[in-house]
Design a protein around this ligand. Structure first.
Ligand SMILES: NC(=O)c1ccc[n+]([C@@H]2O[C@H](COP(=O)([O-])OP(=O)(O)OC[C@H]3O[C@@H](n4cnc5c(N)ncnc54)[C@H](OP(=O)(O)O)[C@@H]3O)[C@@H](O)[C@H]2O)c1
Length: 327
């Protein structure tokens, strides 16, 4: 079976072997075959040459990241198998083809780390352009270290670019470990995350008192509370900002359901509501990268488009907010 037919061609498209206990070689071949067929029959919009990605510098180093990355909660929480791989391989491939860099995951997201590992082994990519971020989400020093090592095993990533303390859990304890890991070259950047307003006071305290390179928080055209304190604080302290829930978990699409995009969206090269929401987020000067999640290639490509072309200026951003508040 090797060398000829679809599996033979797949060996040239994707790198083998299959290495996690979750997936048999047979199901991997089946998934890859389905995916490869899908790739050969890809619609014209998927072939369109991507425009150059807008990038922002990480304040701590000057290293630049594309402003649109990708989240994995829910969307990648599928047991690796033929169907899930067939669905997600083209998503990751399109992400890299469109200049994507940051991928955010967590041990909290069920199968997401294992799934990401399978996908990274299957989709050819430049490791230098991938900016791999996970989190530590447990109590206790030993448990934290074990969890981070397990993330490395599941994803096949031997050194994460960024490890973040998820939802502030036991943050003083993990911060100490992460500083040691960073010093030893086992991780490049360290960060802390939340998606809850109730954590904002403690998060501000953590950012004011501790040497974080990154903060991850929720920000979108409706939830703008972080503009008051946390974003200015990140700017003052030279901390890079990743934005989660840029679509409010998808709720924003319901808000605008059946409504036409305004004509003036063309003034900042916006062709869809997804781009409208993402361009709002990444046009905030302190935001480094938004990490929308999608399990669909069409949505992923749409989202990546938000990281190209012009961005709205301050006056346009006000107009965007007014429009959404009127709906
Ligand atoms: N505390 C934390 O650290 C924390 C908390 C929350 C989130 N996060 C991170 O942030 C990431 C993003 O947040 P999120 O996943 O909660 O929510 P989100 O990105 O705001 O929304 C995701 C939803 O939007 C839909 N969607 C994506 N692109 C679309 C498009 N172009 N058109 C229409 N629908 C689209 C997706 O459905 P389809 O699959 O159908 O496209 C999905 O249901 C997470 O995946 C995770 O990595 C971190």
């Amino acid at each position: 079976m090797s060398g000829t037919g679809i599996p033979g061609m797949l060996k040239r498209v994707y790198s083998f072997p299959v290495s996690t206990p979750y997936l048999s070689r047979r199901s991997f071949l089946a998934a890859s075959a389905a995916t490869a067929l899908g790739l050969w029959l890809r619609p014209a919009w998927l072939h369109a040459a991507p425009l150059p990605a807008i990038t922002r510098a990480i304040p701590a180093s000057g290293e630049r990241l594309p402003v649109i990355g990708m989240g994995t909660s829910s969307t990648f929480d599928m047991a690796p198998g033929a169907d899930s791989l067939a669905q997600l391989l083209p998503v990751l491939q399109a992400f890299f083809e469109h200049g994507g860099g940051v991928i955010d995951t967590s041990p909290m997201y069920g199968y997401a780390e294992a799934m990401l590992g399978e996908l990274l082994r299957a989709v050819p990519h430049d490791r230098q352009r991938l900016f791999a971020a996970t989190k530590v989400w447990t109590w206790g020093r030993d448990e934290g270290e074990q969890q981070m090592q397990e993330s490395m095993r599941l994803t096949g990533i031997d050194r994460f670019d960024l490890i973040q303390i998820h939802n502030l859990r036991d943050w003083q304890v993990h911060l100490e470990t992460l500083q040691e890991w960073k010093h030893a070259g086992k991780v490049r950047y360290i960060g802390i995350t939340t998606s809850h307003g109730r954590d904002h006071l403690e998060l501000a305290l953590a950012l004011e008192t501790s040497p974080f390179d990154f903060v991850q928080l929720s920000y979108n055209i409706i939830d703008r509370e972080v503009e008051q304190r946390l974003l200015p604080l990140a700017q003052e302290r030279g901390i890079a900002v990743l934005v989660n829930r840029p679509f409010r978990r998808g709720e924003l699409f319901q808000t605008v359901h059946g409504k036409d995009l305004p004509d003036w969206a063309a003034e900042f090269d916006c062709t869809s509501w997804a781009q409208f929401f993402l361009k709002f987020v990444v046009s905030h000067p302190v935001v480094t990268c938004a990490i929308p999640a999608s399990s669909k290639v069409r949505h992923l490509v749409d989202n990546m488009g938000a990281g190209t072309g012009r961005l709205p200026d301050a006056a346009m951003r006000k107009r965007m907010v007014q429009l959404i508040e009127q709906i």
